[in-house]
Design a protein around this ligand. Structure first.
Ligand SMILES: Nc1ncnc2c1ncn2[C@@H]1O[C@H](COP(=O)(O)OP(=O)(O)OP(=O)(O)O)[C@@H](O)[C@H]1O
Length: 223
């Protein structure tokens, strides 16, 4: 199933002259892991921010299923359709892991009857036990924080998970553990997982690798 389709997507930052993205055509399907690689400044994060509904393209169309992101309620799309994982985790450091998840569920107006129990279950799924879930983020390791970041992205059960350098701050072993979670989300749960990365290790889990070069996306490998 196609979950995200980009047709001739072009983007220029306001007040600048140069197109950062130049006519991108690509389809992302459910159940697959995609990685996007490319030099610094080639436009990867810009592309992710458009797919995450944080901005709209200057030209072209992005479809979520059959719905045009330009016409959709993008707040709703961000709250329910897509989960985002950041390199720097972006968690509330003075709150506990479980509080971070519950807060995110409140923001996305989750209808889950018992949010706290659901949050513990979600955290357990990504390898965070109850004792760790009750600790403040500041007292968790980088790998644990990223697991919480993934659980938060999953808290509204999105069909698409996008991640910007999700293992950039982690050691090799921890990176491998986090990558297992992403693989399982795609292959066992049918989510569409899109990861921007500079890490060779991350590209090894990809079903499809795209290279971004000067605002254009080129398919490099398909399993
Ligand atoms: N807010 C902005 N205003 C103007 N230009 C911007 C803005 N943000 C990014 N750019 C420019 O857009 C281009 C693409 O940037 P982008 O962050 O998408 O690249 P990237 O491939 O993600 O790089 P990196 O790997 O370093 O994160 C760069 O030339 C950058 O300078």
């Amino acid at each position: 199933m196609d979950v995200l389709t980009l047709q001739n997507v072009t983007y220029k930052y306001e007040g600048t002259k140069k197109n950062v993205l130049k006519g991108i055509d690509v389809t992302f399907e459910a159940g697959k892991v995609y990685t996007i690689v490319g030099k610094s400044g080639s436009g990867k994060s810009t592309l992710l921010s458009l797919m995450a509904g944080l901005d709209i393209c200057t030209d072209g169309v992005i479809l979520h299923g059959k719905s045009d992101l330009k016409k959709l309620d993008r707040d709703e799309y961000r709250a329910k359709g897509i989960g985002v994982v950041f390199q720097s985790f972006n968690l509330l450091t003075n709150a506990t892991a479980v509080e971070n998840i519950v807060l995110s569920m409140n923001i996305s107006e989750s209808h889950e009857p018992d949010k706290k129990t659901f949050a513990y279950t979600l955290l357990e799924k990504v390898g965070i036990d109850k004792e760790t879930a009750d600790r403040k983020i500041l007292k968790l390791s980088g790998g644990e924080q990223q697991r919480v970041g993934i659980a938060r992205a999953l808290s509204h059960n999105p069909g698409i998970v996008i991640a910007d350098e999700p293992t950039g701050n982690l050691d090799t072993d921890t990176e491998a553990q986090i990558l297992k979670i992403f693989t399982s989300l795609a292959h066992d749960e049918g989510k569409c997982v899109i990861i921007v990365t500079h890490s060779k290790k991350v590209t090894t889990i990809a079903d499809i690798i795209y290279g971004m070069s000067d605002g254009k996306l080129v398919q490099m490998k398909q399993k």
